[in-house]
Design a protein around this ligand. Sequence first.
Ligand code: BDP
Length: 723
Amino acid sequence: ETGIDGWLRYAPLSSSHVKGHVGNIPSTIAVLGSTKGGPLDTAVSEIRKGIHGIFGRTVKIASKKNACHASNTIIIGTVEAFEAACSDFPSGNQLKEDGFWLSTSHNSVKILGQNERGALYGAFEYLSMLGQANFSNVAYATNPSAPIRWANQWDNLNASGTHGSIERGYGGSSIFFDGVGHIKDDLSRVPLYGRLLASVRINGIVISNVNADATLLNKDNLEGLSEIADLFRPWGVRVGISLNFASPQLLGDLDTFDPLDESVVTWWTDKTDEIYSQIPDFVGYLVKANSEGQPGPITYNRTLADGANLFAKAVEPHGGIVMFRAFVYDKLDWNDWHADRANAAVEFFGDLDGEFDDNVVVQIKYGPIDFQVREPASPLFANLRKTSMAIELQITQEYLGQQCHLVYLPPLWRTIFDFDMRVDGKESKAQDIITGNVFNRTLGGYAGVVNVGTNQTWLGSHLSLSNLYAFGRLAWNPAEDSVSILEDWTRLTFGLDDGVLETITSMSMASWPAYENYSGNLGIQTLTDILYTHYGPNPASQDNNGWGQWTRANGQSIGMDRTVSNGTGNAGQYPNEVAAAYELPETTPDNLMLWFHHVPYTFKLHSGKTVIQSFYDAHHKGAETVQDFQFAWAALKGKVDKERFEHELYRLRYQAGHSIVWRDAINEFYRNLSGIPDEAGRVRHHPYRIEAESMKLDGYSIIAVEPAETASNYTAIVTNSTG
Ligand code: BDP
């Protein structure tokens, strides 16, 4: 199997699983509501396809006449259509936008959506039950936690430089853009992606990189965009794009992009009207402004709110939304001990609360820095009471092993969702802020940076797809349990074998803690190369870099002092109770100790270990954990199809090796820096390994690497040939 269908394989169930149940699978489907190629149509064809795949049975379309009372039938439609054709549906009023009702009672099934999209979601839910051989009778309504459940793609129109055509994408090139400035002719992957997204109830997608290219707005590309929107529409997925703030100058012929300039306002209004004339359900814009070289309103001394509202006013008459990113940290002097990138979002946005138009949503990365292996929740979530907010999560594993390492992310996301900000001294979990419940906002939700590509596995590895599946599930209900989501995904993706389920579940659940252990524990950040790749160990690059991601490590001590009393004051950006806890090492959990405090390597943690010994132990433990993954997976031979089995085995073996590289590089680096040996006496020693440098080299030379600790023998070899 290639993986192209993800968890929507509709693989046949074995006779032992379906025994006694096939008779209860309805043989007809009655459709109530429009059938004009929209999500309801999709729902019907998906149900027929699914039942055919799982049970080998053909479901016939029932005549509309007897639809309401037909037995042995799946009734599917909107609540409104059901009420018009059949009778009042008392549970209908429990539904919110996109919600649905599902009941299964022997051979009679009802799937009623608040809208067509809801009906499609209900269809996928029903198929998910069947695919897992769950034949129980159920009757319930379910609603989304928030209206915004979007995928973000960081796809480039041009595949320039070393970036490839998807920034931080590890599953091949773009399914949307041809790499030379246009939308692709072959868009055949788009509906397949729409299908995956719809099945986990994602209702919007921004298809272009936040580092945006103005040429997306040219006439040809807008036509292409409209084709893409047509392909996503049957799946209930609305399309949006990222904007380059300077477009009026870059693409138009204006000599300014000042958001308050009349000609600029007109330019954007016209451009937006043009888009809506082609794509009436266009979902809106995503904007990265004044960040990492992107242009923005600050250039003209305007506020970020002025910038956001410019677009908000343009899309407002069409019902569109502007997602404005809070990832702004330019112009800070990192050499100043009190400068802290973690403070930037609150510094830039805190004072703008209340200044954003109602259709602006501030999109906030989960932590205050940048998708690290462990961060506290961004303090901005507690600082905007009069502004709608969405959380930005990353499904593409930029700092987290880039899909070459298995890292199941929901346990990491849980630490953020469950993070209690204690706003006004009351429970206020981040998940309830995002949904709008804490501050009474009607807009809010989730943006997941997915970055699927043309690779048949979508993300580059089969197992990493559980993160996309889980993102959708959590956006619907952020309180859901990481294990049960994973189990559903595993059964749908790999079948119902208990051994497969047990292996994938235990490996996945162990994977994020293991990655944290070997890549950077105690809240020190993922110690990757920070300069560009964000992959592989490079603890030395974590200081004195221009990105403001610092560990402040020296020979005696390590960690960012983010206290109010001595440090950058970041702890003080949280509401009082949380701020007070992070102000003191005594009340800071070990896993965030170096995030908030600068302490000697000999500092004793709550665990009783010193910081340095905890580094050594964690890196050994993490690497040890993932050594087992390859063997656990290998034991599934014959239970997983050959193609996926071998693909993952290769990756898990690689991860086992790379975790050792990580372990040794980090431990050696801090041992050299601190001069304190590992009390367990473990030294870097690989008795069976033959270093490349020790071989007779023909056409290769030995070179020094920086930092030396990242090479197993302090040096590496390179080919003598150029290029
Ligand atoms: C960083 C990425 C960079 C993105 C940026 C962003 O390294 O590629 O452009 O975030 O989110 O994590 O804007």
